[in-house]
Design a protein around this ligand. Structure first.
Ligand SMILES: Nc1ncnc2c1ncn2[C@@H]1O[C@H](COP(=O)(O)OP(=O)(O)OP(=O)(O)O)[C@@H](O)[C@H]1O
Length: 335
């Protein structure tokens, strides 16, 4: 297979991937061909032993494979020619949500299986799908489990597969991205630091109804989460009723209140204490501190220019966000 549009790959990497695609499976070989993408900086652990385990386990299964590094730009379009000519059957992301998100964005709608070996700081999509952090068990799922479709969504044309946030959690994501050390502890430290300075932002939401009678309401809030998966990561389930494949987005609005109530209401939400509202607009002026509802699409006006993150990575914000679900966007290997 000759390859173009692969400026991210050096000649050694290109050689590896061409060998993988050119090789014909022997009688003992599986018909699967896997590309593992390893993020060298995600999470806290070194990735040397991971590479060793991948080599050992994938070799034992008789599956042809290649291991490549991820790239800081999050550009994975170079994978398409390999997949579209059906040579490569599986792309396995060894990294966190940011890496999964960038790979999924490039491969949405493409006929390829995507697997995850959770090696990030939060691993929200992997945990929402029931993929364990233990590398050996995660690899076993890749070898034995089926792939099934999960939704994604678009926010102002940018793809997300797990969760976007506008406001407080985006501020945390922004500061986290500039830390030299990643991992869970860094998340906790940065979250606590920002918590005491958290401030509400003004928002206006419009929820299309399909019959021309859109619901609309304004709200001051610390953050709005738009969730396809159920969590921020680390099993912190901000959208406890979310399903990865129901064609709906779970929207969580943490309304303006004092810092203590903000904390208590978020904890209550994580514990499943707030029900999903059929008419969220009816609750906007009420005492309830978390508004939780489900919708396939919505528009959020953001006049206070609250910051945005997409799947944990900070992104440029906007004064208005148009958000809609993309049903069955990717094929995820999951237990
Ligand atoms: N080869 C690379 N060199 C430097 N940075 C990289 C490389 N590949 C990816 N990145 C960066 O890694 C970041 C994404 O990391 P990732 O989301 O996988 O891990 P994490 O943030 O530790 O975990 P999580 O998102 O689960 O909290 C992106 O900012 C991306 O630019």
């Amino acid at each position: 297979m000759s390859v173009h549009c692969v400026h991210e790959l050096d000649s050694v990497q290109l050689g590896k991937i061409n060998d993988l695609c050119a090789g014909k499976p022997s009688r003992q070989m599986s018909s699967r061909k896997i590309i593992y993408l390893i993020n060298p900086i995600s999470g806290t652990g070194g990735k040397f032993s991971l590479q060793e385990m991948i080599r050992q386990k994938t070799g034992e299964k008789g599956i042809a494979y290649s291991i490549l590094p991820t790239n800081a730009e999050g550009d994975y379009a170079f994978l398409l020619p390999f997949i579209e000519q059906t040579a490569v059957t599986d792309i396995i992301v060894c990294g966190g949500d940011g890496t999964v998100s960038a790979v999924a964005a490039a491969l949405a709608g493409v006929d390829v299986r995507i697997g995850i070996v959770p090696m990030g700081s939060g691993n929200g999509l992997a945990f929402a799908a029931g993929i364990p952090k233990d590398v050996e068990r995660a690899l076993e799922i890749i070898f034995t489990a089926n792939a099934s479709p999960i939704d994604g969504f678009l926010i102002n044309g940018q793809f997300s597969c797990m969760l976007c946030g506008i406001g407080f959690d985006a501020k945390v994501a922004e500061e986290f991205a500039s830390q030299t050390k990643r991992g869970f502890r860094t998340y906790v430290r940065v979250t606590l630091k920002n918590f005491f300075n958290a401030r509400p932002y003004p928002f206006r939401l419009r929820i299309p109804s399909g019959n021309g009678q859109d619901a609309s309401f304004g709200e001051e809030a610390f953050f709005i989460s738009i969730a396809n998966g159920n969590q921020f990561g680390n099993n912190f389930t901000i959208a406890p009723k979310a399903s990865l494949h129901d064609g709906l987005l779970d929207i969580v609005i943490a309304k303006k209140t004092n810092q203590l109530r903000f904390l208590v209401s978020v904890i209550r939400q994580v514990m499943g204490g707030y029900r999903v509202l059929a008419k969220p607009e009816a609750e906007s002026g009420a005492r309830i501190k978390i508004i939780y509802f489900q919708t396939p699409a919505l528009v959020i006006e953001n006049p206070g220019h609250a910051p945005l993150h997409i799947d944990g990575d900070p992104k440029a914000s906007a004064s208005e966000f148009h958000i809609s679900v993309v049903p069955k966007a990717i094929q995820l290997i999951q237990p």
